[in-house]
Design a protein around this ligand. Structure first.
Ligand SMILES: [Zn+2]
Length: 191
């Protein structure tokens, strides 16, 4: 399972193929890579949670969720890089780009976070998401957001890149479907 994650470009794999490769189903329990338990939540629960957090802590909710997600994404990216390097030696920049795309394709197709596509060059990593889970959730709520809402995906992707590349990035959601965008678009630039 891990070998497929770090050795094959998974962009053209179907949802079924990815699920078969990476998710073990056992008596109602799903486990990613055979050891990380997975569960589904509905989109309006997730967006509703952000609305409730804003009622409690105000605009700080955004920064808290992005930063917490970034920290966890970085832990995931570091863990993948370390496991890779133990087996294959140093992870090249090209390999890190592929693994980052693979993880996000899995988040999209297996975990239901939206249809992901990428544009990557030496200093920028662009992520485009159709029907982002977080934006879709907000579109179904009464509460209208003031700015981009895909906080968890922004933070996770950002941290994942920092962990895999072992360097700092700046990250931003520059367009969000929840506030009138055609899609959600994220840019991460090396600093
Ligand atoms: Zn968005």
């Amino acid at each position: 399972m891990f070998d497929a994650l770090v050795s094959e470009d998974l962009r053209d794999f179907s949802e079924e193929e990815l699920d078969k490769l990476f998710v073990v189903h056992e008596e109602g329990i799903k486990q990613f890579l055979g050891r990380i338990p997975l569960g589904c939540i509905y989109a309006t629960f997730l967006s509703g949670l952000y609305v409730e957090m804003e009622k409690i802590v105000g605009r700080a909710a955004r920064g808290l969720i992005i930063n917490a997600s970034k920290n966890r994404g970085k832990i995931a990216g570091n863990a993948i890089r370390r496991r890779y390097e133990k087996k294959y030696g140093e992870m090249s920049v090209e390999r890190a780009k592929m693994v980052a795309r693979n993880m996000l394709v899995i988040w999209g197709k297996c975990f239901g976070w939206g249809k992901m596509s990428f544009k990557v060059n030496d200093t920028e990593f662009w992520l485009e998401v159709e029907d982002s889970l977080e934006a879709t959730g907000f579109l179904k709520l009464k509460e209208k957001p003031k700015g981009p809402v895909c906080w968890m995906l922004l933070g996770y992707s950002w941290g994942l890149l920092e962990g895999l590349f072992n360097r700092k990035f700046e990250g931003e959601e520059v367009e969000c479907k929840a506030v009138g965008g055609e899609k959600c678009r994220f840019v991460f630039r090396t600093i």
